[in-house]
Design a protein around this ligand. Structure first.
Ligand SMILES: NS(=O)(=O)c1c(F)c(F)c(S(=O)(=O)CCO)c(N[C@H]2CCc3ccccc32)c1F
Ligand SMILES: [Zn+2]
Length: 263
């Protein structure tokens, strides 16, 4: 799509000029404030299928100018939801090298260092993600909060290759690995609400599942993300660092956030 950024004249306050949904209702991310939360005992633990990819498969790691993105094969899917959702890609949102705050969703005002999104589309109803992207039941995204702490070997399976995708539109092939190792141990504790893409075109088409348990990566791993990437192309003169690629929390429009846990 057109050019949009996270700051300046094309920043998020201006997105709705070219992408009307960005100024609409049911936008994401949101702040999970205690008074919005309602426990729902019917929320089952998330079940992932075929996330354990074999290492002789290859995945495409790319810099799309807005994030670092890892393509995911179509035999990976989520099952415990009303429809069958097939994986498409995962990407991250992060802060800056000195400000370790870059998650999109926040918990009672607390922003985590980063956030990973695993994007799936409703393959039971739609042939591909582009068709599904603007349908109200089109997408299901898993959100994972990331804190800085212990080194994370699973994240290093792709973070160690970011040197090869420093500039926009660069891609590298990386050996596949068990994508479930990127998720927190507890898949039964999560926030659930209806929202949108957090980037233009901001379609209100996402069933959000954000795990309450964060994962950790080391400071060195975080810095690889926050200092290693540019949103500009390799041949451009003034390189634009890719950092702070998170949208601020949006109005809740009296939406209820269901939680699968009680304490
Ligand atoms: N935070 S988020 O999960 O809402 C989200 C993003 F933050 C994000 F950056 C992207 S993107 O494709 O990398 C770039 C802009 O669409 C997508 N891409 C999705 C949205 C629609 C679409 C269509 C085809 C392929 C991927 C996507 C996304 F769903
Ligand atoms: Zn995202």
């Amino acid at each position: 799509g057109g050019k949009w950024t996270y700051n300046g004249p094309d920043g998020e306050a201006h997105w709705s000029k070219h992408y009307p949904y960005c100024g609409g209702a049911f936008q994401s991310p949101i702040d999970f404030q205690p008074e919005l939360l309602r426990y729902d005992p019917d929320l089952l633990p998330i079940q992932v299928y075929n996330y354990n990819l074999s290492s002789n498969e290859q995945l495409t790691l790319s810099n799309n100018g807005h994030s670092v993105q890892l393509s995911l094969p179509s035999h990976m899917h989520l099952s415990s939801l009303r429809h069958l959702y097939t994986a498409a890609q995962l990407h991250l949102h992060w802060g800056s090298p000195d400000i370790l705050a870059g998650s999109e969703h926040t918990v009672n005002g607390r922003q985590f260092a980063a956030e990973m999104h695993v994007v799936h589309f409703n393959s039971g109803k739609y042939p591909n993600i582009s068709i599904a992207a603007d349908k109200s039941d089109g997408l299901a995204v898993l959100g994972v909060f990331i804190e800085v702490g212990e080194f994370n070997p699973a994240f290093d399976r792709f973070l160690k290759f970011v040197k090869g995708i420093r500039y926009r539109d660069q891609k590298v092939q990386v050996p596949a690995f068990n994508i479930q190792d990127l998720l927190p141990a507890q898949l039964d504790r999560y926030y659930r609400y209806d929202g949108s893409l957090t980037t233009p075109p901001c379609y209100p088409s996402v069933l959000w599942t954000v795990f309450s348990m964060p994962v950790t990566i080391s400071l060195k791993q975080y810095k690889a993300l926050a200092t290693g990437l540019f949103s500009s192309q390799a041949q451009e003169f003034d390189p634009v660092p890719l950092l702070g690629n998170y949208r601020k929390p949006q109005l809740t429009d009296n939406r209820v956030v269901l939680v699968s846990f009680q304490e």
